[in-house]
Design a protein around this ligand. Structure first.
Ligand SMILES: [Zn+2]
Length: 244
């Protein structure tokens, strides 16, 4: 069986990572006609306020529908104990071979004072992109042909930093999809009991601040781990949705 390919896959450690880090960008890519998927490495459970994994999975499905995402996959790696390992890399690389994305959006940087799973997810994602393209490894990939992912961009969850400390930083304009993103994050009732509900406003303000730094009403900071080039400088600077 050949799955329909995806243009973009966002990878999170837990359901809600991709929504919080790059949900506005994903909704915008869907608006632009791209096929977008999310792969969560774990089911994110247990967490303090959640009745169980079924509830969190149902929330994740609702959030994906809110963003317009075509595919959402939850891998069976361990929440709280996520570690970069050859097995974890292969599990994610199988999804890259299956859906053959042009762009992977993965977690960037560490999240001190929050889950260490995010940093492990960054390592797993980078390695899985490499594993995805390797030939002569059929015992691990069971007939899934190698796939070279042409582009990786990082998104960030380190809200407790004033700057992302990343060289290839750019701002993705989410002026038209900020509220869709907030609605997707709000699907996670289990993670947003009354005493944490204010986090939605904090995310909104954070994205407004990031966007305004680039002249947009709202934005998400993304960064390339490798230097970016362009063959179309004027398109990059003044393309259809750019401010002049
Ligand atoms: Zn997380």
């Amino acid at each position: 069986m050949v799955d329909q390919t995806l243009d973009v896959i966002a990878v999170g450690a837990h359901p809600d990572d991709a929504e919080i880090g790059c949900g506005g960008t994903l909704a915008r890519l869907v608006q632009q006609g791209y096929r977008v998927g999310i792969v969560d490495l774990t089911d994110g459970e247990p967490t303090p306020g959640s009745p169980g994994p079924e509830v969190r999975l149902a929330e994740a499905r609702r959030a994906a529908e809110t963003l317009g995402v075509a595919v959402r996959i939850t891998l069976d790696l361990d929440n709280r104990q996520l570690m970069d390992s050859p097995q974890a890399r292969v599990k994610l690389a199988r999804q890259f071979r299956r859906f053959r994305p042009r762009l992977v959006l993965g977690l960037g940087h560490r999240t001190p004072m929050a889950s260490p799973d995010h940093y492990q997810a960054m390592l797993i994602t980078e390695a899985a992109i490499f594993y995805s393209r390797l030939t002569r490894w059929d015992d691990q990939f069971r007939g899934l042909a190698p796939h070279r992912v042409p582009a990786l961009m990082h998104y960030f969850l380190n809200f407790r930093a004033l700057s992302p400390h990343h060289p290839g930083t750019l701002v993705s304009d989410i002026s038209g999809t900020l509220e869709t993103k907030i609605a997707a994050v709000a699907c996670y009732d289990s993670q947003l009991p009354p005493d944490r509900r204010h986090l939605l406003e904090r995310i909104r303000i954070f994205n407004q601040q990031q966007g305004r730094a680039a002249g947009f009403e709202a934005g998400e900071v993304l960064a390339s781990p490798t230097v970016l080039g362009t063959r179309d400088l004027m398109g990059l600077l003044f393309g259809p949705d750019k401010l002049e």
